[in-house]
Write a protein that binds this ligand. Structure first.
Ligand SMILES: Nc1ncnc2c1ncn2[C@@H]1O[C@H](COP(=O)(O)OP(=O)(O)OP(=O)(O)O)[C@@H](O)[C@H]1O
Length: 277
């Protein structure tokens, strides 16, 4: 690859020691993307993987609350950022740097800089998976991400409702445009089981699986709508901590295992391509 002079165009560079970067996105806000990202990270950790989590949802950085730690990260050496370790996962968030209720007002270049710093200036060490919680919608953060680091793939979270799926399709189209493979779709808040045992369908369960099929994409699983999942998020104790045998957490583990398998499959395919060319 020759050496690069100053100003030489630099494409996305893999992060040394980090095997897979997986983005979690949604078209619509509020569908539970962060809940899925946090529980996916914790579940992968419990499954024995080394996991990092970047909260790139700069407009609503909820990861610190959901991970139960809101203190500022330490700076080590020359401007290296030490990620926060919680529940077996290393994470970083703008919420740690600009805590409180003040919104971060940011212009494009600053946003790009933050995404780069979170990838390159954080002491991630060896990771099997670096999960990135994207802001809802389609936009700048994804561009910054793909310009900085090669992604293994993206997970798209939706509810089964028509409007959420309409926006999820836009997210799929965006990942296609920036050449990021979609690992699969997750349906969140799928069904709800009442204390009586009656199951109610709030957002149109099944819609996400049908959309995945239409696009020839993998359906990674359906997650129940349950107040304990919300409480876990609010208390900083993600439901996945309950382990794969827990009734409420098991579906998150199903998703986590599928994501891990598919990510490894995608990575091995792209290695083959590199060897051939
Ligand atoms: N399966 C679920 N059951 C119950 N509550 C849930 C579930 N998933 C998410 N929630 C709750 O719904 C709210 C929104 O979830 P979350 O913040 O994860 O959404 P989001 O898509 O990341 O939102 P945004 O990106 O727009 O900030 C949170 O209070 C969360 O605890």
């Amino acid at each position: 690859m020759g050496h690069m002079g100053a100003g030489a165009p630099q494409g996305p560079q893999p992060l040394p020691g980090v095997a897979h970067v997986v983005a979690v996105g949604s078209g619509k806000g509020g569908v539970g993307k962060t809940t899925v990202a946090v529980n996916l990270a914790v579940a992968l950790g419990k499954l024995g993987y080394k996991v990092g989590l970047i909260d790139a949802d700069i407009y609503g950085p909820n990861v610190p609350t959901m991970m139960g730690v809101t203190r500022q990260p330490n700076i080590v050496g020359e401007n290296r950022i030490e990620p926060i370790l919680s529940h077996g996962v290393k994470f970083i968030s703008v919420g740690l740097i600009s805590p409180g209720d003040k919104p971060m007002v940011m212009r494009g270049p600053m946003l790009h800089q933050i995404i780069r710093q979170f990838l390159q200036q954080v002491e991630w060490g060896e990771l099997d998976f670096l999960i990135v919680d994207l802001p809802p919608g389609t936009g700048d953060v994804v561009i910054s991400l793909v310009q900085t680091v090669p992604l293994t793939g993206a997970v798209v979270v939706s509810t089964g409702s028509s409007v959420a799926l309409q926006d999820a399709r836009k997210a799929l189209e965006m990942f296609h445009q920036v050449k990021v493979e979609v690992i699969g779709l997750v349906e969140n808040m799928s069904q709800m089981t009442l204390p009586s045992g009656e199951v109610i369908d709030v957002f149109g369960a099944g819609g996400t699986e049908r959309t995945a099929a239409q696009f020839g994409l993998e359906f990674l699983g359906a997650l129940e709508l349950n107040p304990q999942i919300r409480e876990g998020g609010d208390k900083g104790l993600p439901i996945s901590l309950a382990g794969p045998d827990s009734a409420l957490a098991k579906d998150f583990y199903t998703v986590a295992k599928k994501v891990a398998d598919k990510a490894k499959e995608i990575a091995s395919k792209s290695e083959d391509v590199l060897e051939i060319s």
